[in-house]
Design a protein around this ligand. Structure first.
Ligand SMILES: Nc1ncnc2c1ncn2[C@@H]1O[C@H](COP(=O)(O)OP(=O)(O)O)[C@@H](O)[C@H]1O
Ligand SMILES: [Mg+2]
Length: 297
């Protein structure tokens, strides 16, 4: 599957610049996680790609079809769950999924059969005839995910599908998304950095309408100056090196630097018998560097 964005910009009512010259080429199956704070432009980007909103400038293509000029063709290959979507409370999961499929053009019978299959796959079989309003928040969200999976669309957009869910429900949804990603391209937005790091085969970082970075976790680590870190208890005397120092809430300090400097520091600590841990930077760290302008020197 392929999505291309070229100089994509969006001004709402000629004022707010919600997207500022976005460019990317995605050509893969798997999960692309778009992260960013509230107001970063995630929903605007998804709505433009999903043909629900017109860009002010620039263009985008899904599998070669222009999302503006060939929106009908694009709609045949995509399925989307908008950020504000809620399962209709007085329908059952079976009715929700099968009516969505009928709306997409399947027969009544085919829709019901396929809906039942998908609900079984997602572990919703036992509640398929309950009213949605009786389901837990996590299950309601799964019903929405069930609709887009059932469509067999090769390109799926999920705008903050896990926001507000408890940790267990979020992890269940992660499992579902991971199991369905192999023959599809899933564009998922989130403001949970851990979620993007776990799920994203590629991660895009949006901030104030700009795409600050896009790539695999390894790609993102390559663009930060200090891709390695070491954690030690706060009262150890250290040689000074180039990098950042961050005081953690648990009293430890974390030092970010190059691989060479961190490994050197590690061997010094090893000789002195001091406990430490070494790790590659997390998406959280990268986000801090790029969006929040780094930490103390
Ligand atoms: N319909 C709209 N009219 C005017 N401004 C909007 C509208 N939708 C979003 N915005 C603004 O555009 C920016 C990006 O919003 P949005 O795409 O919803 O970000 P996110 O999904 O990352 O929270 C924000 O400043 C927001 O206030
Ligand atoms: Mg949003």
């Amino acid at each position: 599957m392929e999505i291309i964005a070229r100089n994509l910009s969006k001004n709402y009512e000629g004022k707010t610049l919600a997207l500022d010259n976005i460019n990317f080429n995605i050509s893969m199956n798997g999960i692309v996680a778009i992260i960013g704070k509230n107001g970063a432009g995630k929903t605007t980007l998804v709505r433009i790609l999903a043909t629900q909103l017109l860009p002010t400038r620039g263009s985008a293509f899904i599998n070669g079809f222009n999302v503006v000029d060939e929106a009908d063709r694009v709609r045949e290959i995509i399925a989307a769950v908008p950020q504000e979507a809620r399962a209709v409370p007085w329908l059952t999961p079976l009715q929700t999924v099968s009516s969505y499929l009928m709306w997409r053009g399947l027969s009544y019978r085919e829709s019901r059969e396929r809906a039942k299959d998908v609900l079984r796959t997602l572990g919703l079989e036992s509640v398929e005839n309950e009213k949605n309003r009786k389901l837990s928040g996590g299950m309601k969200r799964k019903v929405l995910v069930a609709t887009v999976i059932s469509s067999d669309a090769p390109v799926i957009f999920l705008d903050e599908p896990t926001t507000g869910l408890d940790y267990i429900s979020r992890k269940e949804l992660w499992g579902i998304l991971q199991s369905m990603k192999y023959n599809r391209l899933i564009i998922l937005t989130t403001h949970y950095l851990e979620e993007a790091e776990v799920l994203g085969d590629r991660v895009g970082i949006l901030d104030r309408g700009k795409l600050l970075a896009f790539g695999s976790m390894d790609d993102l680590r390559r663009i930060v100056k200090y891709p390695f870190s070491i954690k030690i208890s706060g009262d150890v005397k250290l040689n000074s090196i180039n990098g950042y120092l961050k005081r953690l809430l648990n009293g430890e300090i974390q030092i970010f630097s190059t691989q060479e400097e961190i490994f050197e520091m590690a061997s010094d600590l090893l000789e002195r018998g001091i406990k430490f841990t070494v790790q590659e930077v997390s998406l959280n760290n990268i986000f801090e560097f790029l969006v929040e302008g780094g930490v103390e020197d």
